[in-house]
Structures are given as structure tokens and as C-alpha cells.
Write a protein that binds this ligand. Structure first.
Ligand SMILES: Cc1cc2nc3c(=O)[nH]c(=O)nc-3n(C[C@H](O)[C@H](O)[C@H](O)COP(=O)(O)O)c2cc1C
Length: 62
């Protein structure tokens, strides 16, 4: 049941496993992502999680 695809609104996720947001403590002092983040999210995606919710992020004004 949890391994079947599921629709959330118009988005279909491939299974019902959801990775909840967590505090990763991997950003730089001034808030930039690091290779540690990239490795973590790559690993989660490759592990087959249906929906990954990231930690806090913000859009920087240019
Ligand atoms: C940006 C963000 C970071 C979070 N970080 C953590 C975390 O480090 N540890 C944690 O247990 N929950 C964290 N949460 C809350 C979890 O996403 C989740 O809602 C909670 O762990 C649910 O567990 P509970 O029902 O037992 O409270 C975070 C939520 C957000 C939005």
C-alpha cells in the first residue's frame, strides 16, 4: 500500500514514503548550501523516497 503511487493535488509521487523536514546544520555561516547538502539529498532521492521536504531555505535578493 505505501509503495504505490499517490496523487497530492496534481502532483503524483511514486510512493507514500515522505521525508519530513529536518534541521541539518550543514549550511555555511552565511547561509549557503554545501556539498554535504547535495550528498544528503542525492542519497535520499536515490533511496527512493516519494516526497522529500527540505529544511529551511530562502530566496536571496540580487
Ligand atoms: C525546516 C524544518 C526543520 C525541522 N527539523 C526537525 C528536526 O531536526 N527534528 C525533528 O524532529 N523535527 C524537525 N522538524 C519537524 C518535522 O518535520 C516533523 O514535523 C516532526 O518531526 C513530526 O514529528 P512529531 O509528530 O513526532 O512531532 C522540522 C520542520 C521544519 C519545517
Amino acid at each position: 500500500m505505501y509503495s504505490k503511487p499517490k496523487k497530492i493535488g496534481s502532483i503524483e509521487i511514486k510512493n507514500r514514503f515522505i521525508r519530513s523536514a529536518t534541521f541539518e546544520g550543514m549550511a555555511t555561516e552565511d547561509g549557503y548550501i554545501t556539498d554535504k547538502h547535495l550528498k544528503l539529498y542525492k542519497k535520499l532521492a536515490e533511496g527512493g523516497i516519494g516526497l522529500i521536504i527540505t529544511g529551511y531555505g530562502y530566496v536571496q535578493e540580487t
